[in-house]
Design a protein. Structure first.
Length: 138
C-alpha cells in the first residue's frame, strides 16, 4: 500500500523537521551570542562546534551563515530578519513548487483516466453495435 503524500504521516514528518530546524537555529544564535560575549574567534566551524550542529546545518540557514561570515571578517553583521517557517531557503521554495505541480499533475491524471474510461466505454459500445449489425446480415 502506498502512502498518500498529503497524509498525516508526511505532515507529522514536516512538522518535526520544522521543529528541529527551529531548535537548531536557536542553538546557532545562542552559540553566536556566547562567542561574541566571550570575544572568541567567530567562524562557521567554531559556531557549529559550540552549537552542537553540523556546518551543513549552518549553511542551510543562509542568513545566519552570512552573519557569521560578516562577524568573522569584521564587517557589520546584516540585520536579522525573521524568516517565515518553511520559507527560509531556495530548497523550501522548490519543494513547495514541486508539491503544487504534483497536485496539479495528480488532478490532470485523474481527469485523463476518467476521460479514457468514457472513451473505452464508447468504443466497447461501438464494437458491440458492429457485432450486432454484422451478425444480423444474411
Amino acid at each position: 500500500m502506498t502512502a498518500d503524500p498529503s497524509g498525516a504521516a508526511v505532515d507529522g514528518l514536516r512538522r518535526h523537521a520544522a521543529q528541529r530546524s527551529t531548535e537548531a537555529r536557536a542553538r546557532i544564535e545562542k552559540a553566536l551570542r556566547a562567542l561574541r560575549k566571550e570575544q572568541q574567534p567567530i567562524n562557521i566551524n567554531a559556531v557549529a562546534r559550540r552549537a552542537g550542529v553540523t556546518r551543513k546545518t549552518i549553511y542551510h540557514h543562509t542568513d545566519l551563515a552570512e552573519r557569521i561570515r560578516a562577524l568573522a571578517t569584521g564587517r557589520p553583521a546584516p540585520a536579522v530578519t525573521p524568516v517565515p517557517e518553511g520559507q527560509g531557503s531556495v530548497i523550501a521554495a522548490l519543494r513547495r513548487q514541486l508539491r503544487e505541480q504534483q497536485t496539479r499533475h495528480t488532478e490532470q491524471v485523474r481527469q485523463l483516466k476518467a476521460e479514457l474510461k468514457q472513451r473505452e466505454q464508447a468504443l466497447a459500445a461501438a464494437h458491440g453495435e458492429i457485432q450486432r449489425l454484422t451478425a444480423s446480415r444474411p
